[in-house]
Ligand binder design. Structure first.
Ligand SMILES: NC(=O)c1ccc[n+]([C@@H]2O[C@H](COP(=O)([O-])OP(=O)(O)OC[C@H]3O[C@@H](n4cnc5c(N)ncnc54)[C@H](O)[C@@H]3O)[C@@H](O)[C@H]2O)c1
Length: 338
């Protein structure tokens, strides 16, 4: 079987990991081409993985013969990159979340993708590939919790990453867009409904640097879904104890929780002072298998010309929600959806 030829745009924190996954861990695929505006990243990939083609120009990447494009560039680049791929007639594109940064951008993306008949666009909400979350989803579908009443989502980045986050924030779209779109995507997947309204409170409690960039470091949101389910979303950039992502599906017959204790591994330390565990440190180590799974799934979509698990509509809804939720936090107001 011929290898699926992939080209990647963006070789930073996450793009580099995607490149490694394709090159080292997916025998049915090949990292054929790579694009970045950072020369050092291109040099390092060329030296280590020897792609056939490297460029600092995304249009040139699109002109190279490839089966699929992986977009892992900064979030502000997603709209122009997806649209250009659609206009160039590309059929298989994976993009990191979020789909775009504004309603205008996601509308433009939708129009471009729809105009390229048959185009499959996969969105990088990697948590849907997590085995624990999938087990919880299956149990929920089997009726374990009965009628879903509430979903609670917790998403906390470690304080240890403060300096990085303050630097990253201006390119990220802000706390809600960058972090909570993951939680919203998962919640709507479990609840099977869209948001009807959102209310939120948040501020820059700890990082003055974020305040200067117009961003915040903590917030809580209350969401009413169209089917009546209540959603509570809490996020923080300064978790003192490490990386913590948790969800709870609470229903008429019981509840399911995923990630209650944010463990790094299965090691337990016991001595005269007590019992201890290591906390998860950062997003990549916590979700590592999901990043490989989502790219394997993208390759399956290319091989079988099938729809991705997370497509245009999912990406669109998550951004539409994040724009409203960001406004709700800014104005301390309830925002209603159309
Ligand atoms: N799924 C997740 O959990 C998760 C986690 C982290 C980041 N992300 C997403 O991944 C994306 C990248 O984030 P990151 O932290 O790796 O960013 P980064 O700043 O480390 O890297 C950005 C990359 O984009 C490239 N780039 C920027 N403009 C470009 C252009 N015009 N042409 C080609 N390349 C260009 C840069 O060269 C760089 O390689 C973001 O959209 C972010 O939201 C997702």
């Amino acid at each position: 079987m011929d290898k699926i030829k992939l080209g990647i745009a963006g070789l930073g924190r996450l793009g580099r990991k995607h490149a490694e996954n394709i090159h080292y861990h997916i025998p049915g695929a090949e990292l054929t081409a790579a694009c970045s505006v950072v020369q050092g990243e291109l040099d390092s990939i060329a030296e280590e993985m020897h792609p056939e083609y490297i460029t600092d120009n995304y249009s040139e990447l699109l002109s190279y013969p490839l089966d699929g494009i992986v977009i892992a560039a900064s979030s502000q680049e997603h709209c122009s990159m997806i649209c250009e791929a659609a206009w160039a007639g590309k059929k298989y594109v994976y993009t990191e979340k979020p789909l775009g940064m504004s309603l205008k951008e996601i509308d433009k993306i939708k129009e471009s993708v729809m105009s390229n008949k048959g185009m499959k666009l996969q969105i990088g909400y990697n948590r849907r590939f997590d085995s624990s979350i999938r087990a919880a989803k299956k149990k929920t579908e089997e009726g374990f919790v009965g009628k879903i009443i509430q979903v609670h989502m917790i998403n906390r980045d470690p304080a240890a990453m403060a300096d990085f986050i303050i630097k990253f924030s201006p390119k990220s779209g802000g706390l809600v867009m960058d972090m909570l779109t993951h939680d919203y995507d998962l919640a709507r997947w479990f609840v099977g409904s869209e948001a009807k309204s959102v209310y939120g409170i948040g501020d820059a409690f700890v990082y003055e640097g974020l305040k200067k960039a117009g961003d915040i470091d903590n917030c809580s949101l209350l969401v009413e879904f169209k089917n009546g389910v209540i959603g509570q979303f809490e996020t923080s950039r300064n978790s003192a104890y490490g990386y913590h992502v948790e969800m709870e599906i609470y229903g008429s017959k019981g509840n399911i929780r995923v990630g209650m204790i944010p463990l790094r591994n299965r090691v337990t330390y016991m001595n005269a002072e007590g019992i201890n565990f290591d906390t998860a440190g950062w997003f990549y180590e916590y979700w590592e298998p999901t990043f490989l799974s989502e790219i394997k799934d993208f390759i399956m979509c290319i091989r079988n010309n099938q729809e991705p698990l997370i497509g245009l509509e999912d990406g669109y809804r998550a951004v539409e929600w994040a724009v409203a939720a960001t406004e709700a936090v800014k104005k301390k107001n309830v925002v209603f959806f159309r």
